[in-house]
Design a protein around this ligand. Sequence first.
Ligand SMILES: *Cc1c(COP(=O)(O)O)cnc(C)c1O
Length: 439
Amino acid sequence: MQQAPFPTIFPETAAVSEAGHLVIGGCDTLQLVAEFGTPLYVFDEVTLRGRCQEFLREFGDRYPEVRVIYACKAFVNRAVLRLLAEEGLGLDVVSAGELAVARSVEAAMDRVYFHGNNKGEDELRPALDWGIGRVVVDNFSELALLERLCAERGTVQDILLRLSPGVDPHTHAYTTTGITDSKFGFPLATGQAVEAVHAAQAASHLRLVGLHMHLGSPIFEVEPYEEATRAGIRFAAQMRDASGLDLREFSPGGGFPIQYVRERPATPIAAYAEPITRILLEECRAAGMAPPRLVLEPGRAIVGRAGVALYTVGARKDIPGVRSYVAVDGGMADNIRPALYEARYEAVVANKALETPAERVTVAGKYCESGDILLRDAELPRLTTGDVLAIPASGAYCLAMSSNYNQATKPAVVLVRDGQARLIRRRESLEELFQYDVL
Ligand SMILES: *Cc1c(COP(=O)(O)O)cnc(C)c1O
């Protein structure tokens, strides 16, 4: 066995066999493809567990009380949710659907947080029925709705308020959330955050236990978290003085990055944990406040690196003097990120992992959109039909955003560890594609 190419992008256990095959979790990816077909998403259990432990350790070693909740919109799968719960993670859900999945794996409800800018009554009711731990209230409409629902049932719900701190995390506009002109949260800049605290305190069926902010994703810089944490604690101190706010929880959200391409390494978790915890402790000391429980909400950083997408190479189109296109049997239906926000990836030919690059090609998907391109100008060994292309860092926001466009069936997913592969999502069947149509 040799080290895999891009060792910081592929899962921790990735290696290359004597035969030049990419191996993940002790499993030869060519054998996985023979057994499960392509497109196939492979998740490495060691990397998944390692990322959970890293968050708990890096923040927990520096701060008295830390809770890590997995933002399951990054990749929802029951087996993975079970595994993350075993590692001690709570859950962040954003819909009745995610809530239903969480319930189906009997997630510890006191550690489930409900997010979203438009939670419907049909979503809040089951959440309350289930006894959800926290509702993170996003706007004044929701505050009124939740108070009414809780009053009807005569219960008191713990809530956090989502603030919009006016911090630009310098990521794609579509994934920037903490600026004042955002659909999410109560802006600090306009005074609406103050109003929201007063309204929450006045609501007799809501107990305001904390403040939350989520700035965007992925955030490669540390400064936005520093700025937002400082602003959040200062705001909490101001509200304690103004109306007795008792800040028991504080969350700077998620958004922690992973490495996708060789020239942009991911900032390590410790580099976020150190300043966030230090600023929290400093600001609380300065304000004479007890440090609140720190709640982190990583999604991408937990599952992103653990997942590798495997595709089979099909057609080629060489346009002399222009470009060579190589098409694979997946694309925007299973990974829309390149088409949606020009996301970039690396790739390795799983059956030629020891070969050096011999050509520059553009890897196209198979769907009917010119924008369905997975990689532009990739330097790869000469590709022929039947080769298997592996794209690392595919664990987050790929399958989670997948569609049935062109009536594509959703890929199978396997979890690998110690040479064993366990199917954790079977491939969708053709019949399942039209099961909801009514004639
Ligand atoms: C999406 C989201 C997260 C997770 O973001 P990642 O970039 O996947 O870590 C955390 N908190 C909230 C409120 C979110 O909307």
